[in-house]
Design a protein around this ligand. Structure first.
Ligand code: PEP
Ligand code: MG
Length: 325
């Protein structure tokens, strides 16, 4: 870290004319909270819990989950922590019989689909989340939600688990906020219904771009077609912002797109006020935000929304915000 950037830590993430941005961090391991605090994160906007599986030879127990989540929420000292439930499958394979061959793993039994079909996998995690919520500000978020039925099923399971904990007298908190990731175009199209049931939304631009553009994000043959700045993706994001605003539903963006400072400014201009970025991007994004007015961001967004190709968007951002790209 340069001295200049570290001075930024305690300064607010806001534009020069005072429009605030909530700037949270994405983590995969509990020890990353140290860096998040060092770099002034407002909270954890995405805790990718599947790394508990990927980093150990054994399947984690409820206690392993509980210890990890408790550590994270304690170390964040009251700042909000959003725990995303298991997003296994496709690019994140565990051991387990889950790793069966699939022709199209990204369209297969991954993420929330896999959790809902393996309750012995899902239930311990949900129990651990509700138990750890006693120690701080925890929310739970379900990944890859595609239909309303899926969200309802996941939420119902959370309620059942809360009842069990209550009956057995296990310390827990049952009234935690329940949100969903918006990363499938179908969910965007139905978002006006989802917002009536969810407590918050977080857009996963990595998967949203993949499913919108029909490009496997891990396939090098089509890597050039995978562009989160594609106008089709931007239009979907714009629609989310609009629906969330109409319904007063908190919305953040946690895909990698917002770790690029120029794209973060574009998202700000589109009305987004909460980003969650990798810890390594926190200060760079904050620095960029602190150097522009909200009017500039809005002007850039307005122009970008008229463009027709990812390449045009990127070139325009390079031209206007080259120092941040
Ligand atoms: C995303 O899809 O944008 C996201 C944040 O989730 P992941 O990259 O873990 O799939
Ligand atoms: Mg995703």
């Amino acid at each position: 870290l340069t001295a200049k950037l570290s001075e930024l830590r305690d300064l607010p993430a806001e534009t020069i004319d005072g429009t605030p941005l909530r700037l949270s961090a994405n983590i995969e391991f509990p020890h990353e909270t140290t860096t998040c605090i060092e770099r002034g994160a407002d909270g954890i906007g995405l805790y990718r819990t599947e790394f508990l599986y990927l980093s150990s030879a054994e399947e984690p127990s409820e206690e392993d989950h509980y210890q990890a989540y408790s550590q994270v929420v304690r170390e964040m000292e009251g700042r909000p922590v959003v725990i995303r439930t298991l997003d296994l499958g496709a690019d994140k394979m565990g051991h387990r019989p889950l790793a069966e061959y699939e022709h199209n793993p990204f369209l297969g039994l991954r993420s929330i689909r896999l959790s809902l079909r393996n309750l012995d996998l899902f239930r311990p995690q949900l129990r651990a989340i509700l138990r750890a919520a006693v120690h701080g500000d925890i929310s739970v978020m379900f990944p890859l939600i595609t239909t309303l039925a899926e969200f309802r099923q996941a939420r119902m399971l959370l309620n059942v688990v809360a009842e069990d904990l209550k009956e057995s007298g296990t310390p827990h908190r049952s009234n935690i906020p329940v949100g969903m990731m918006v990363e499938v175009p179908a969910a965007v199209m139905m978002l006006d219904r989802f917002v009536e049931e969810v407590d918050f939304l977080s857009i996963g631009t990595n998967d949203l771009a993949q499913y919108t553009l029909a490009v496997d994000r891990s396939n090098e043959y089509v890597a050039d077609l995978y562009q989160s700045s594609d106008p089709a993706v931007l239009r979907l994001i714009a629609r989310c912002v609009e629906v969330a605003k109409e319904h007063d539903c908190p919305l953040s963006i946690c895909g990698e797109m917002s770790s690029n400072p120029a794209r973060a400014l574009l998202l700000m201009g589109m009305g987004v006020r909460h980003l969650s970025v990798p810890p390594s991007s926190l200060l760079r994004v904050k620095k960029a935000i602190r150097s522009v007015s909200i009017g500039q961001c809005e002007q850039i967004a307005e122009r970008v929304m008229q463009l027709e190709a990812a390449r045009d968007v990127d070139l325009y951002l390079l031209d206007r915000l080259g120092e941040y790209v």
